[in-house]
Design a protein around this ligand. Structure first.
Ligand code: ATP
Ligand code: MG
Length: 554
């Protein structure tokens, strides 16, 4: 059972009062006009989670009432992501468009009862007659058309007699209502466009606000959970259910949307990033989409854990990225095997190590989980270490390699730097060392103190890898805060840094897409689909908070 929240408490108390003999029914209703993002994960964890925990049912319903923005690509991606996150709809996959016949009948019922009319104002005139928050709207001149005329016009709208925008069907409620959503809202509009599910069958499409309550009622949804921007729509949601014959009476409850620092969650803006090629696609590892997070190396468990930690309330929810990062760190710390990768290599030559000799050292795949086993790493005369693990003029507290200083190569030997070779512009290209043959395994034979411990790979046996370092997508925590600045101009130019010269231990040569590792001292990494046998590509999921190199030597 997940952590409780105000919605779960409502469900619990209603179930205790036996208000829902058929059990609790929820739905997750994405519009297939983009890929799912982590905000949707919050909604899924809530809707599917309540159904799971209270032995109810949850529908996956495609809310497909806008044929011009929706596509089968999005439908397929959404299904994949819902399953990936760990949720199952069984036989409850539906579309709002499955109900187009019933919705049409509901609209006819409203017309018959004088509660809906065909309005022939232009969209602009409808908008300007709607009034404002402080001023009432004006009645449409078409508001008092007879039932017979409305039925005839609506039927002819359906048959395709009229062009887009010439007529709409509107509810007949109250143009003076303090709630603008009740000022004769549009129920149907004409769109001569094929639909991703119903093809050419319809040229009129119901509006979201009309479709949603009826779809909920037709599925016997008990709790229709949506984000707070729909709060003002609740009156119309209830009006529809009060004025159309429906088989059940769902209740809408709102909660706040998830927002995450340094990213955006609007599908419109995410679509713009993709279409303008500012990112590599919906699954670019910098995107807050589930497909992006997956490619970045996030696990379903870490995302569900995140959703549990942030909770569900009605308060504004702007979460720091570190909360999400801590969830994946905690998960991967437990589950990711350790490996050696040198991101920016510099060559080390061990002058007193026999040429042509190779030793295999045993390395634990996990420091605290012996069950994850061991692997061997080959050691020979020439190695690579990180450039940043060497400093020519090192301060006293630099516990890595420097001329005359000794460090431990993890699992292997102690080495001491004897000479530095530079190119003509002064860059270090080779570090010469001597090793202590009595220090196999990295232990000082005489117990002398060697503070620094470095990761390394064999120059001869290591494999070339491409490593993609990711950082926050935007330079501002809220890229939409300032309306004068185009959010595209706030993209972090360092959000993707590609290192093509990395060297990784041989066991990583055949890493499969999705395999995740902790590269010791560097971070958590995940093999990218661009990997090929022998030339792996790794995405950095998150850096390590602390490196064991300083915290616990050896
Ligand atoms: P957009 O307006 O950017 O297109 P949306 O909310 O309309 O996003 P939908 O596909 O309609 O996207 O969302 C499906 C469900 O997920 C809805 O119930 C919606 O309330 C919920 N949802 C969407 N974004 C968030 C978010 N950031 N936090 C929590 N729930 C969300
Ligand atoms: Mg929506």
């Amino acid at each position: 059972m997940s952590a409780t929240n105000f919605i779960r408490q409502i469900v619990e108390s209603e179930l205790a009062d036996k208000r829902h003999p058929g059990g609790v029914v929820t739905r997750f209703p994405p519009e297939p006009n983009g890929y799912l993002h982590i905000g949707h994960a919050k909604s899924m964890c809530l809707n599917f989670g309540i159904a799971q925990d209270f032995k109810g049912k949850c529908y996956l319903r495609f809310d497909d009432t806008n044929p011009d923005r929706e596509s089968p690509e999005y439908v397929a991606a959404i299904k994949h992501d819902v399953r990936w996150l760990g949720f199952e709809w069984e036989n409850r996959l539906t579309h709002a468009s499955d109900y187009f016949d019933q919705l049409y009948q509901a609209a006819v019922e409203l017309v018959r009862n004088g509660k809906a009319f065909v309005c022939s104002l232009s969209a602009a005139d409808i908008r300007s007659s709607r009034g404002t928050l402080t001023q009432p709207g004006h009645d449409s001149p078409f508001r008092d058309r007879s039932v017979a005329e409305n039925l005839d016009l609506f039927e002819r709208m359906r048959c395709g007699e009229f062009a887009d925008g010439t007529h709409v069907l509107r509810a007949r409620i109250d143009m003076a209502s303090p709630n603008i959503n009740l000022r004769d809202p549009t129920l149907y509009r004409i769109r001569h466009l094929p639909h991703q599910n119903t093809g050419e069958r319809w040229c009129i499409y119901p509006m979201y606000g009309f479709t949603h309550p009826l779809s909920d009622a037709l599925e016997s949804v008990t709790h229709s959970l949506c984000t707070l921007e729909f709060e003002d729509q609740r009156a119309f949601y209830d009006w529809v259910l009060d004025n159309v014959t429906v088989p059940s009476r769902p209740r809408q409850i709102e909660f706040s949307r998830l927002a995450l620092d340094y990213t955006i969650m609007s599908k419109r803006l995410l679509t713009a990033l993709v279409e303008e090629k500012r990112v590599a696609g919906w699954d670019d590892p910098r995107m807050p989409t589930l497909s992006g997070l997956r490619r970045r190396g996030y696990t379903p468990a870490s995302i569900r854990d995140f959703c549990a930690r942030i909770g569900v309330t009605r308060n504004e929810q702007q979460i720091e990225m570190s909360v999400l990062e801590n969830c994946i760190r905690e998960d991967l710390d437990r589950t990711a095997p350790r490996a050696f990768a040198v991101l920016r290599p510099v060559r080390v030559v061990i002058d007193n190590y026999p040429n042509n000799q190779v030793e295999e050292f045993e390395a634990a795949n996990h420091p605290n989980d012996p069950g994850m086993g061991v692997r061997t790493v080959p050691f020979c005369r020439e190695l690579f270490i990180e450039q940043q693990d060497f400093m020519e003029d090192a301060p006293r507290k630099f516990f890595r390699l420097a001329p005359g200083r000794e460090v431990r190569l993890r699992y292997a030997y102690l080495i001491k730097c004897t000479e530095v070779i530079k190119d003509h512009s002064g860059n270090v290209i080779e570090i010469h060392c001597d090793y202590d043959p009595a220090s196999a395994g990295g232990k000082a034979p005489d117990g002398r103190k060697v503070k620094g411990t470095l990761h390394w790979v064999s120059a001869e046996h290591s494999v070339n890898a491409e490593i993609r370092l990711y950082d926050q997508l935007f330079v501002e925590p809220n890229p939409r805060a300032d309306s004068d600045t185009d959010f595209m101009d706030l993209i972090n130019p360092e959000s993707q840094v590609i290192l093509t010269g990395a060297k990784v231990e041989p066991s990583l040569a055949r890493a499969q897409c999705g395999d995740t590792f902790q590269f010791e001292r560097t971070g958590y990494f995940c093999a990218d689909p661009d990997s090929a046998p022998g030339s792996p590509v790794f995405n950095r999921t998150v850096p390590l908070r602390d490196s064991w190199g300083r915290k616990n030597p050896a």
